[in-house]
Design a protein around this ligand. Sequence first.
Ligand SMILES: Cc1cc2nc3c(=O)[nH]c(=O)nc-3n(C[C@H](O)[C@H](O)[C@H](O)COP(=O)(O)OP(=O)(O)OC[C@H]3O[C@@H](n4cnc5c(N)ncnc54)[C@H](O)[C@@H]3O)c2cc1C
Length: 416
Amino acid sequence: MPINVTPIAGLSDHINDIRLRTARIVNEKILPDEAVLWRGRQGQASDEERAESKALRVKVQEKVKAEGLWAPHLPPEYGGMGIDFLAHAYMNEILAYAVGAASLFGVVAPNSGNQTILAKYGTAEQKEKWLLPLVEGTMQSGFSMTEPENAGSDPRSIRTSAVREGDEWVINGHKWFTSNGLYADFFIVMCRAAEAGGEDRPGQMMQVIVPTSTPGVIIERGIGIWGNASSDHCEVRYDNVRVPAENVLGQVGDGHRAAQDRLGAGRIFHCMNSVGQMWRAFDLMVERMLTREVHGGLLKDKQFMQGFVADSYMDLQSARLMTIHAAEKVDKGDPQARTEISAIKVFVPAAYSRVVDRAIQVWGAAGVSNDLPLAGMYLTARTLRIADGPDEVHRILIAKNVLHHYEKGGSWDFAG
Ligand SMILES: Cc1cc2nc3c(=O)[nH]c(=O)nc-3n(C[C@H](O)[C@H](O)[C@H](O)COP(=O)(O)OP(=O)(O)OC[C@H]3O[C@@H](n4cnc5c(N)ncnc54)[C@H](O)[C@@H]3O)c2cc1C
């Protein structure tokens, strides 16, 4: 079923135009060929079939580029659309409707997050050396922050050290869940900076570019997740890794702020992606109810099933409207946006889980099969409750911000 997109009253012509053109590509060029586009993913495809899939993906990407819809997260000087924040958010809910479509529009995590950080914090030389090849697709990258021995939900606990020795930084530490680690040419590594001899004193956070070919970068394993033997989320050891001083991104001390830049507003884009996928799951669920006969009647006429439609409708609408509300606050530079971002970071993945869970139930066995995108969505939705700050951390932040407001004598303006 194609995504049903019409112009939104009150939204600029520019954003409506992007939404409609994105939907046209999703509906005409991606959805009809979805099974072929991603055929190699389950590992059952022949070399010939994989080559055919790749050629088709390149064809779609060329169409996306010709339509001027390539890389919504990047400025034009790096081959991107150069669109504003809201336009990007509204575009994501459309492109995420199709499985894997973000990569067909030039947005591939974690490369896209690294591109954004390099565009913002990189020197001219760093952009030339790392950003351009990343944009051209001749290099791959990863973001290496989380550590097995320390709480990823508390970035202050990071222990990986970078000690300045002359014109070099010497990095020692242990990371895991560095996504894309098997393919990356370089990592952006979050460290604590220290002067030589002062390693036990916690230093300022910094991010540093580390080529994966540097001696001492040891990819220990691709961590198996969700029952699979391996993945590209890697455990990495940094053992006396030496990189030139010019590889620091921004200033020493900028590390935490740069991570927030990456995660903060990025959460709006992730939530709009989740909204797009919920939309797809909802359409699939309803489509099945209209045609599947059980016990002498169509699913659509059974009240349990009607409850699924009503509850999923409310989950989807509330998730979408909360996310748009948060996006508008970010766009206006409203200081309360932090609270809204944490609220959607908790609410949207949970709503996404519920909607996909019901869609799987409606489809029965087919729901958990690889014939439909629902099983993959289910795992993604569950993972989103941990990655990028677990639910509890965001709940705490919401409560702190709201309570602080009342303690100062104010109250919350829900209409603001
Ligand atoms: C598929 C996947 C891909 C990832 N990719 C990357 C990547 O590319 N780069 C990277 O650096 N990291 C990555 N991560 C790691 C991710 O960012 C961390 O898992 C996340 O930040 C949580 O950290 P943790 O796993 O150490 O959990 P912990 O910090 O140990 O927290 C465990 C649990 O404790 C609870 N908790 C935490 N704080 C509180 C509190 N204050 N009060 C009550 N309960 C609390 C939460 O339920 C939380 O889930 C990825 C993770 C996954 C699953």
